[in-house]
Write a protein that binds this ligand. Structure first.
Ligand SMILES: Cc1ncc(C[n+]2csc(CCOP(=O)(O)OP(=O)(O)O)c2C)c(N)n1
Ligand SMILES: [Mg+2]
Length: 400
């Protein structure tokens, strides 16, 4: 795990009251087969307890949130819109941290935490060693050195070097693709588990049927639902009666669990459990309960239709605040000045953990990166050389 600069010592962290609300944490993991699978005490054993992992998780969530704040500030300078996962960081970071580094991952656009966890150390891409944050900002600016080499904004990108594959815009379609990846891993006996994320809205698409085949073929696959209670402006209750959503796979004969997606320790433990189940030949649906704290996109005036009460209630379950409170005993989640206190704790931690510096450097790197050449417009369209050549001819260009 990455060593992070922080003022808290390993000794101090050993003494903190880690187990004080553990009961409440794991009681929230529900599911018809939960007890059948494990005793609660066994599940607790899967939660991270070493200081390095806890601090790494906190730093990853801070990086994720701060990146989105920075992006909000540069809207207008980047092409297109942006879609945030504010409030969802424990799910994206917790799931990714509990999976194996080589497990093929298919996150959504709101799951930047997955990228920060898997790309926490610089990795080699092409000819250069690069940090994830640099690539991410280059992608938002559509620069020539970004994962899509300037051909896309901030959605359909992947980094195969770290087994992080792109998402598909059509809701739910990530599911059959991840199942296909799981089939590949099973046939190759790699011991790896493919996993993907879908929104609550996507659970009402036909693509969830892919889990029927995955179940009968005993594929090592996990589907995580980012249940943020909204699908654009449609509420959860308006789009389905199958609540909790984890019930949706009972008919396929596989396991569904609902977890508290704002508590990264629960998410981490439940994902470890899910990974073991998936490896034993039963796909898993993991519903992570969160709340979308921002609009569908930056241009969506969510304050007009999301109630103040809901936003206030869920802000006190902020995943970063919860983990900071577990480790440092601050911010106080029930204090009437919670928002102000959290703001100051967060900005202090961003500096102490080197988050601000890493992101500002990455932003500058991306801004000064080259724009794509117009002559590259038709390159990289197909991995099939014949088809690529054909595209070149169609576009009146030589195949490059
Ligand atoms: C099959 C399909 N239908 C409709 C859309 C349009 N659309 C894009 S995002 C969205 C809402 C998605 O909600 P959810 O799955 O809950 O994900 P969230 O945005 O909350 O992360 C819709 C309806 C689409 N992309 N694909
Ligand atoms: Mg949603």
């Amino acid at each position: 795990m990455l060593k992070v600069a922080t003022k808290i010592t390993a000794e101090e962290i050993k003494n903190f009251d880690y187990f004080r609300d553990l009961e409440r944490r794991f009681i929230e993991i529900r599911g018809p087969n939960q007890m059948y699978w494990r005793e609660k005490s066994e599940l607790e054993k899967l939660a991270p307890k070493d200081p390095e992992t806890l601090l790494f998780l906190l730093r990853s969530m801070l990086l994720t949130r701060r990146t989105e704040e920075i992006i909000k500030g540069i809207i207008g300078q980047i092409p297109g819109s942006a879609f945030f996962g504010t409030g969802n960081e424990a799910t994206s970071c917790g799931v990714m941290a509990a999976m194996k580094y080589e497990d093929p991952a298919f996150p959504l656009h709101r799951d930047l935490g997955c990228d920060f966890v898997r790309g926490h150390e610089a990795f080699t891409k092409g000819d250069i060693k690069v940090r994830l944050a640099n690539l991410l900002f280059a992608q938002y600016f559509s620069r020539a050195n970004s994962p899509c080499r300037g051909k896309d904004g901030n959605i359909h990108w992947g980094i195969p070097e770290i087994s992080r594959y792109p998402m598909i815009s059509h809701l739910g379609t990530n599911i059959p693709v991840a199942c296909g990846a799981a089939l590949y891993e099973k046939e190759n006996k790699s011991g790896l588990v493919a996993f993907t994320f879908i929104g609550d809205g996507a659970t009402s698409t036909g693509d969830i049927q892919a889990l029927n085949q995955a179940a009968s073929r005993k594929l090592p696959v996990i589907v995580v639902i980012d249940n943020n209670k909204w699908a654009y402006r449609t509420t959860l209750q308006e789009q389905t009666a199958a609540i909790p959503l984890s019930r949706k796979v009972e008919a396929f004969g596989i396991r569904g669990f609902t977890i508290d997606g704002t508590d990264i320790l629960s998410v981490y433990a439940a994902t470890k459990m899910a990974r073991e189940i998936a490896l034993s030949g039963t796909p898993v649906l993991l519903e992570s309960s969160t709340f979308r704290m921002k609009g569908h996109s930056v241009y969506d005036p969510y304050e007009h239709y999301v109630s103040k009460e809901d936003l206030e209630k869920w802000s006190r379950r902020d995943p970063i605040a919860r983990l900071a409170n577990t480790i440092y005993n601050e911010p106080d989640l029930s204090d009437k000045n919670f928002e102000d206190e959290f703001k100051s704790v967060k900005s202090r931690l961003e500096k102490e953990f080197g988050v601000e510096q890493e992101l500002q450097e990455a932003l500058e790197w991306a801004k000064s990166s080259p724009q794509p050449e117009p002559s590259d417009l038709y390159t990289d369209i197909s991995s099939n050389p014949e088809l690529q050549k054909f595209i070149g001819v169609l576009c009146g260009r030589d195949e490059r």
